[in-house]
Design a protein around this ligand. Structure first.
Ligand code: FAD
Length: 492
């Protein structure tokens, strides 16, 4: 029997994996391969993602081996490597999950065409989303740009139940496979990810454990707690979803089952599922507007007068802006590879509005430092905050990091944890140490400017500067000019 080749991508799991399930359903000759893409240019995984990828692949290798199989590891341009392996095996079929970003789609097409030219049966499966982006259409037939109607349409469209992991996997013929360690995905010197091991467990087992823990302990309270960075109120499933260690369909059904079992948890779980809907929305946008990775959806923002200021950018990256909530978020990111969603919005707003630096610079830093760095969600998040994306926060909505801190971190516990220089400050001043009366500062032994930087910019002045820049852009772009319009779907 000629084998079926299953190419793993952003779907590093065995449960609810439609391509794998289909391959195993009617064949005893199934070969599993993962290809490290070394030709993705500036969209190769960033440092934190590479750390995660190592752990996720190690877990997948173990899970496959425990079922009698073997995961083949190779590196190079996946379009060539997958086809070379298919030729080597004289494969009858090549199965893999769909991808929705520009490069992933191009690779899928290339393999499809090359396989078809050889007479192989190549099939792309769903599995990474609740509903396929082309199945969701507005009343007039176009893609959605507004979340709420998208979410309603998704509810009508979504169906199907998770499928289980195969009990056993066939042992492939003798094939050359790289060792995972030889890929050097984990940092050595310096090992900046040393603390990650204590926080994260990459892989399907860790993902399912985190989901179970969240659903039993925190989901019921999610609605109230999700905006509080000082609490463990969210699921922290994002890197597991990013690497496909869990399918969103699996999460959905597990959450629905938990809601049915736990009285009073419905509102929290509905709210959690709505966030999963935002992930779908971001993928929908990227699928229909592939150029969003670099260009604003609202084309007029291409004319925005962004500044260039490497010193300010570096202070932001290092958590040394002198604005406590911003610095706390940026340090949490650096030390854990993750940041709370509320704080992501605050640090992003500070970068693009108070510092007037381009959202692409922030997106690139997040890409390198987040363990959950996800092209669709990251670009979607940045464009949303910058006001140039779909259903975006208007540009003139400038998050005030002091007010946000007072509201969502009222005791300053989050800030004090990540910015220990401020640990001795009373809650009233922890979000604005510059406002502390000198005698009080003296009594606590804290000296602003010496123990903690003075703010990089005045929040009020920089807000006014941002609004003026925005107004200037609007005035410069005449309403009839094509640059004032939104991009059409599928253009680049
Ligand atoms: P939960 O609140 O438990 O939500 C459950 C899941 O829903 C998440 O794991 C995630 O998959 C999805 N989700 C939640 N909020 C959003 C959202 N706003 N947009 C899209 N999906 C969402 N998320 C990423 O996964 N990768 C990124 O690279 C990323 N970059 C971001 C950049 C900016 C500037 C902003 C504002 C947001 C970004 N987000 C990103 C979205 C969001 O911050 C994270 O998904 C969330 O904080 C992850 O924590 P959690 O798993 O505890 O989320």
């Amino acid at each position: 029997m000629r084998p079926t080749l299953v190419w793993f991508r952003q779907d590093l799991r065995l449960a609810d994996h439609p391509a794998l399930a289909a391959a195993c359903a009617d064949s005893d000759a199934v070969v599993l391969v993962y290809v490290l893409d070394t030709a993705a240019g500036d969209r190769e995984p960033g440092g934190a993602s590479r750390w995660w990828l190592h752990g996720s692949l190690a877990a997948l290798e173990d899970a496959v081996a425990a079922r009698g199989g073997r995961l083949i590891l190779r590196r190079g341009d996946p379009a060539q490597v997958v086809m070379a392996l298919a030729d080597e095996l004289n494969a009858e079929r090549i199965f893999f999950s769909r991808s929705y970003d520009p490069r992933g789609r191009a690779l899928g097409r290339a393999i499809h065409d090359a396989g078809a030219a050889r007479g192989m049966h190549v099939k792309r499966f769903p599995g990474s989303l609740l509903a396929e982006p082309e199945h969701l259409r507005t009343g007039s037939g176009g893609p959605f740009k507004v979340f709420t109607p998208f979410w309603r349409a998704l509810g009508r469209q979504f169906e199907g139940f998770p499928v289980g992991a195969p009990d056993a996997l066939p042992r492939p013929p003798r094939l050359v496979s790289d060792s995972l360690d030889s890929w050097g995905l984990r940092p050595r010197s310096p090992d900046w990810a040393a603390g990650f091991e204590d926080i994260w467990e990459p892989g399907e087992v860790g993902a399912q454990g985190r989901l179970t823990e969240f659903l039993s302990e925190a989901a019921a309270e999610y609605d109230g707690a999700r905006d509080r960075p000082d609490q463990e109120g969210t699921s922290r499933l994002s890197p597991h979803l990013r690497f496909g260690e869990l399918s969103p369909r699996f999460v959905w059904h597990a959450a629905r089952a938990a809601a049915a079992e736990q009285a009073g948890s419905g509102a929290g779980i509905d709210s959690f599922l709505r966030e999963l809907g935002w992930r779908e929305f971001c993928y929908h946008l990227l699928y229909h507007w592939p150029e969003l990775t670099t260009k604003p959806l609202r084309a007029q923002f291409a004319e925005f007068p962004w500044r260039e200021d490497p010193t300010a950018l570096r202070a932001w990256q290092r958590g040394q802006t002198g604005v406590p909530l911003v610095d706390a978020g940026m340090r949490q990111l650096w030390q854990t590879g993750w940041m709370h969603n509320r704080v992501r919005m605050v640090v992003a707003s500070f970068l693009v509005k108070n510092l007037l630096l381009p959202w692409q610079a922030g997106e690139a830093w997040f890409w390198d430092t987040l363990v959950d760095a996800d092209l669709a969600n990251n670009v979607g998040g940045w464009q949303w905050v910058a006001g140039c994306g779909a259903d975006a926060a208007p540009y003139f909505r400038v998050f005030n990091p002091v007010r946000q801190g007072e509201k969502f971190d009222p005791e300053g516990a989050y800030v004090k944890h990540w910015v220990p220089e401020l640990a001795a400050l009373p809650p009233k001043y922890v979000h604005q140490p510059w406002a502390m009366p000198p005698q009080l500062a003296g009594a606590s032994g804290f000296q602003p400017g010496r123990d903690y930087p003075a703010p990089l910019v005045d929040l009020g002045d920089s807000r006014r500067r941002a609004l003026a820049a925005y107004q200037g852009m609007r005035d410069a772009v005449a309403p009839t000019s094509s640059a004032a319009t939104e991009r059409s779907p599928g253009t680049s």
